[in-house]
Structure formats: C-alpha cells, structure tokens
Write a protein that binds this ligand. Sequence first.
Ligand code: PKZ
Length: 140
Amino acid sequence: MEARFQEILNHIKQPKEIRLNNMLDPFFLGADEEEMTADILFCTQEWEWNQRNEIHGGAIASMFDTAMGVCAAAFQGQGSVSTADLQVSFIRPFLSGAFIFSTQITSMGKTLIRATCVAREKQSGKIVATASGTFVPFKK
Ligand SMILES: CCCCCCCCCCCCCCCC(=O)SCCNC(=O)CCNC(=O)[C@H](O)C(C)(C)COP(=O)(O)OP(=O)(O)OC[C@H]1O[C@@H](n2cnc3c(N)ncnc32)[C@H](O)[C@@H]1OP(=O)(O)O
C-alpha cells in the first residue's frame, strides 16, 4: 500500500508545470490497508496565507481535497478520482507549521467513495479542522 501512495504522490509531484496538488507538497506518513486509513502531512507555506497571516480556508479545503483524493485513489487500487463534494469545518486557525491530515475511507462503494478527514496541528495534536468528501473514479 505504501508503494501505491508513493506512486500517486510521485505522479502528482512530478509535473514541471505549476499545479495545486504539487504546490501543496503532500508528504505520506503511513497507511493501514485493512482500516482504509492514512496520514498525510502538509507543511504550510507563505503563499497559502490570508491577510491575517493565517492559512486561507481555500488552501485548507484544497489540502483536505488532496489528502482524501489521494487516499480514495490509493485504496481503490488503480486510476484517479474526481471530487463530487467536499464539506469542511474550520475549527481553529492554521497559524503556521505542520499539519497531519488523517483520512478514513468510510465507504468504498461501486460508484462512490466516501471519506472523512481530521486535520491536527502536528506540534500540539490539537484538531484544527475536519472534513468529509465524496469521490468518483475518474472515467476519462
Ligand atoms: C500513476 C498513478 C496515477 C493515478 C493518479 C491518481 C491521482 C489522484 C490524485 C487525487 C488527488 C486529487 C484530488 C483532487 C481532485 C479534483 O480536484 S477533481 C476536480 C473537482 N471536481 C470536478 O471537477 C468534478 C466535476 N463533476 C463531475 O465530473 C461529475 O459530476 C462527477 C463527480 C464525476 C459525477 O458524475 P455524474 O453525476 O455521473 O455526472 P456526469 O453526467 O458523468 O458528468 C456531468 C457533466 O460533466 C461532464 N464531465 C465529466 N467529466 C468531464 C471531463 N473530464 N471533461 C469534460 N466534461 C466532463 C459530463 O460530460 C457532463 O456534462 P453534460 O453531458 O451534462 O453536459
């Protein structure tokens, strides 16, 4: 399973062009195949800041999209996924540093993959945001 995650992350980090997934720079920490859970680390960057020097909510939503999308693609075994919906709760500001996004694939259906994700500040372990999303195997 680790090889599959690395394959996906290498794939999204490879392009020389500027791409959002690439710029967010996700780092794989570990996965449990039976539980369909995985941890992905994001280290915040200055371009993600809002005017108050917090991480912009859109960047946080993108981290959730990438974390859960990578997990959905990894646990489905092959191919990519499209995001059908994404719901985010912003609990505490992302001030700086590193954040661990722990995804759980809650349902691997025939047509829909459902996931939840909890983001914690790495240093304190405090929950800073939560999300849920629905993903669809990419057909084209
Ligand atoms: C080596 C390893 C490799 C593996 C590599 C894994 C990488 C893994 C990374 C995961 C990490 C990233 C995660 C972020 C992922 C996102 O950023 S995805 C971007 C945001 N999401 C979207 O844009 C999804 C847009 N929505 C849709 O495509 C569809 O609504 C859904 C979600 C597939 C659901 O399908 P559906 O309900 O059956 O709808 P469907 O009728 O198929 O499509 C609706 C319309 O969209 C059109 N459409 C659908 N897809 C397309 C398309 N691609 N082009 C043009 N039109 C399209 C259809 O033609 C249709 O248009 P009309 O015929 O009505 O005019």
